[in-house]
Structures are given as C-alpha cells and as structure tokens.
Design a protein around this ligand. Structure first.
Ligand code: ZN
Length: 254
C-alpha cells in the first residue's frame, strides 16, 4: 500500500492565516481509499450555491479545481473511479465537499456523527450528501487502539484501519488510525486545528475552536488525551487536517 498526502482545501482566514485540508489517499493493488474529501469540484464551480457567501467570507475559502481530490488523483496518474471507499472524520463541509466526485464510493463514519447530521445541527450543509452516497456507520466498540476506543473500518482485510472517537469538535468526530509498513499513523482530523494548541492552551486559534465545538468540554478532554498520547508514543505519527506545518513541504502549492 502507498499513502499519498493531498491538500484539498485552501483557507486564507481573515483572523488566523492560511489553513489547508490534509486528506490521505491510500493506494492498494486493487483500489483507492480516501480519508476526508476536502472541497469538491461542484464547490469550486458553484461556491455560492454549495457553501454560501457568508460561510465563504467568514472562513476565507479559496477555490481552484486543481486542488480538489479528484483532480489531484488524476494528476497522480490514478483513476478516480477506483476510489471505492471514503473514510470521514466528520461531516463539516470542508471535509466532505469532494464526496460527490466519487459517487460510487462507500462513505464510512461514526454513527454519532451521522445522527448529529440527521438531527438538524445547523453547522452542517445538506448539499455535500445530496448525491445520496452509500453510508456505513460504526457504533461504539469494545475494541481499543492504545488507550482509545477503536472501530475497525470495513475496507477489506489487507488494511488495518480504525475510526477513533475524538468527540467534541462535533458530537461524532473521529480520527483515523492506520498501520503502514509496521508504523502507526494517527490522523486526528479537527481535534486540533493547529498543532500549537497542544503546547499552548491559550493559543489564539483556541477561541475559534471553542466557538466551533459542539461540546467544548469534550473537545478539551479529547485534546488532553491526544497530548498525553503523543508524549507517551513518539513512535506514532500524529497529524491533523488544517495545519500546513504538518503537511509534506514539497507537496504544498505555492
Ligand atoms: Zn475542518
């Protein structure tokens, strides 16, 4: 299996500077698996209808077809039609705008997240799921990965991959743990926006993270858990979605 890092979001935030959307593409002999889907083609073609002016301005989205997962996959010389599965941390639009570009892919996510979406939480946009993808949800599990609850994602036996509940940012927000050449990767999604939040509890972006959290106490507890985990397990590669400093430098668009 090969892992590709794809940046599929460009945010120039009025208050916080540049942020990205660090998606992962797993390439196996048989298929492609996308972890979070970024901003999609339709978002770039019709941002006002898909996302809305207010959200675009507040967040500071920039749009370019070439930054979408489907275009980046093509650019790697791979066939986007081979994306069979998308594993999703949560249903905020900047993580699932690209799902419609892979209409036949099965979408995997935590059940609490899907319930949060279906219960009408106003943070979510309905457009990214309007193509009615096949959705597979994962409920509470007795399995663990290190000290975390772990829900094994059903994408075939060749890949060991888990959804890891990291609730708080949203009520069903999950990270993804996967094993690659005997090394564990732990993608923590939006559990932090910037890695600096781990060391600086008064980090400026903390205000935004607090405001955006469905359950802020839970978010802080999750952040503490990740902080302790990193201290205890330096052998595991940990990274989130939005921090440009965690993205391979050579692959950043100038
Ligand atoms: Zn996000």
């Amino acid at each position: 299996m090969k892992i590709h890092h794809l940046n599929c979001v460009e945010i120039h935030s009025p208050g916080y500077g540049r942020a990205i959307g660090h998606c992962l593409l797993l390439e196996t002999a048989k298929k492609l698996i996308l972890i979070d889907a970024g901003i999609g083609l339709m978002d770039t073609q019709n941002p006002l209808a898909r996302i809305g002016k207010q959200l675009i301005d507040i967040v500071g989205y920039k749009f370019n077809e070439q930054w979408t997962a489907i275009k980046r996959i093509e650019k790697l010389g791979l066939n986007p039609a081979n994306v069979t599965d998308c594993i999703i941390s949560h249903l905020d639009n900047d993580h699932i705008g690209g799902l419609a570009d892979f209409p036949n892919a099965k979408v995997h996510l935590g059940i609490e997240e899907y319930e949060n979406f279906n219960n009408g939480n106003p943070r979510y946009l309905s457009q990214p799921l309007e193509h009615n993808p096949m959705i597979k949800t994962y409920s509470k599990s007795s399995q663990t990965w290190f000290d975390f609850e772990a829900r094994k994602v059903d994408v075939g036996s060749e890949i060991e991959i888990y959804l890891i509940p990291l609730f708080g940012h949203t009520l069903g927000h999950c990270g993804v743990a996967l094993k690659h050449q005997s090394q564990w990767l732990f993608y923590i999604g939006d559990a932090y926006y910037l890695r600096g939040e781990l060391t600086d509890t008064n980090h400026p972006v903390n205000e935004l993270a607090t405001m955006r959290a469905d359950d802020n106490e839970l978010r802080i507890a999750t952040l503490n858990k990740i902080r302790h985990f990193i201290a205890k397990h330096p052998e595991v590669e940990v990274f989130g979605y939005h921090d440009i400093n965690e993205f391979p430098t050579s692959m950043i668009d100038k």
